[in-house]
Design a binder for this molecule. Sequence first.
Ligand code: TIU
Length: 222
Amino acid sequence: MPMIRAAPFDYDFPTGRLALIVIDMQRDFIEPGGFGESLGNDVSRLQAIVPALQDLMAACRAAGVPIIHTRECHRPDLSDCPPAKRDRGGPALRIGDTGPMGRILIAGEPGAEIISALAPEPGEVVIDKPGKGAFYATPFADTLTRLGVTHLLMTGVTTEVCVQTTMREANDRGFECLLVEDCTESYFPEFKAATLEMVRAQGGIVGWTAMSAQIFETLEKS
Ligand code: TIU
């Protein structure tokens, strides 16, 4: 069985059962003027992971590992956006309001698109999700079943919000999850560090962590 050197111990995965999950690498989180900035965040931090994620996506494509992308976004009529989410914190621009990249976090608007550097290729699944976790109110679970996937490489933004929520949801559903350290980022470096620690603590209570270099090593051999 192929193996990735990881923490807290090696990560074995059956050939053909691995997928790369790329969470919410959208303009709304990564570029100025979108949802992330409307919440008061410095969005420039998140750009740093793009080159490593590009390389990891290319390595997965070359190795035949499927890539599933997610986008956090809502219907134009906001029927899937609870007022609790829209109103919390009283942001200057709320979900559905018009900003420089169109309506904030609305499906089909420029801000909701995945950044061009990480654009999905034809045939790759893109899951639109109204929540932080990718399983809630989406076909994500059915997609994983259809692809025969049991092992997930977790990447994207932000580490402690949508990535960690999805990883915890997946862990409870029996998936074996590895969080790729240099392919996930947070607006808060201390939250990213804490997430990596809490995931792999207690004998991998939520899963594994590894750098992308460890994954390249394994994919090139398999
Ligand atoms: N605010 C924040 O850190 N994240 C989100 O709202 N969504 C995602 O993480 N995608």
